[in-house]
Design a protein. Structure first.
Length: 183
């Protein structure tokens, strides 16, 4: 990896497109450098790390080692047992060395085929139309709504204003999955 290229996060392959990492002149609290990018997603720590970590300090675990930074609750990987169980090493990679995303409620990480899935993006109804129809089905089933309530809910999905859906793609079989939430 060259100094100018972002690290490749196996569970969040395009954190710039998803909005979790943005171009910035901010100095990273981990390494003290201005590297041209900063993380803007969810981070849990006793330290104030909002918009303060570079992708490299997330990738190599520096943020977790220095500040106890956690990017997803370990129990939320697999949605507290509702989705597939994964190895502890996978949970550690997702929670301590992978950029998360910002949700309305606490973030959950979709798992499938005994593996964590790739986070693709926060999406609304418009974006959902351009993705695999199986994702629509997965989000609809997870919502718990039926009939007219389901149709209304799915039409109201909005990536910026909520309710918002979160799209994931299985790294093993290619299945789509995810969930939605609102404020």
């Amino acid at each position: 990896m060259s100094e100018n290229s972002l690290p490749l996060f196996q569970y969040h392959p395009d954190p710039i497109a998803s909005g979790s990492i943005v171009a910035s002149d901010a100095q990273c609290r981990g390494c003290g450098q201005q590297r041209g990018f900063i993380y803007t997603g969810a981070v849990y720590s006793t330290h104030d790390l909002n918009d303060a970590l570079c992708p490299w300090c997330i990738f190599d675990g520096t943020a977790h080692k220095l500040f106890g930074a956690v990017f997803v609750d370990p129990k939320a990987v697999g949605d507290y047992g509702r989705w597939d169980a994964v190895a502890d090493s996978v949970i550690e990679e997702v929670c301590f060395r992978t950029p998360s995303f910002s949700g309305w409620q606490e973030e959950r990480w979709f798992t499938h085929c005994g593996e964590a899935a790739e986070f693709i993006a926060a999406i609304g109804a418009a974006e959902l139309q351009n993705l695999d129809p199986s994702l629509y089905k997965a989000i609809a089933e997870e919502s718990g709504f039926l009939g007219d309530e389901l149709a209304c809910y799915m039409e109201r999905l909005d990536k910026d204003a909520g309710p918002t859906a979160y799209a994931f793609h299985c790294r093993v079989c290619g299945a789509w999955g995810g969930y939605s939430d609102c404020h």
